[in-house]
Design a protein around this ligand. Sequence first.
Ligand code: ZN
Length: 170
Amino acid sequence: MAVSKRLRYEILRRDNHACRYCGATAPDVKLNVDHVIPQALGGTDKPDNLVTACADCNSGKTSSLPGADPVMDVDQNHFRQAVLVRQAVQTVADVVRTTWLETWRFVHRSQPTPDLRCEFDARLTEAVWEGRTTSQLVIAARSAAFAQNANVDYFAYHVACDAAEEKVGG
Ligand SMILES: [Zn+2]
């Protein structure tokens, strides 16, 4: 279920219009109201599972620790757990990103364009959140970087293939 406009506004106000993970404020960053425990993992739309987060923290790209002042209305255990999950996502993403970049440079003797890197990062974050293992993602990243007409879609394709094989095999 979507979070209502009214509730979103109340959460923003409760959190003083600042990202609860890194402390960034508008207009420096775009603020969203984010689920602490993702909905896919059973998180609710209740205020104790909602926090104000900037776009980077929302997508799990940053691994900042929460500020010194705790938000009393947020479940602190959930919040700490969410920070750990974000740090783990960040670690996996770094390994896979490095593999992709190094393989790309080796195969194509050039740097991927900034656009392609951004796109890869977005797909990568999605794939990690979906629960792919580091070794699956490293293999997919390597295959994608090796492709003749190198394109990030190959990465998504290889990740999807691995998932399908797993279902058949398992
Ligand atoms: Zn942030």
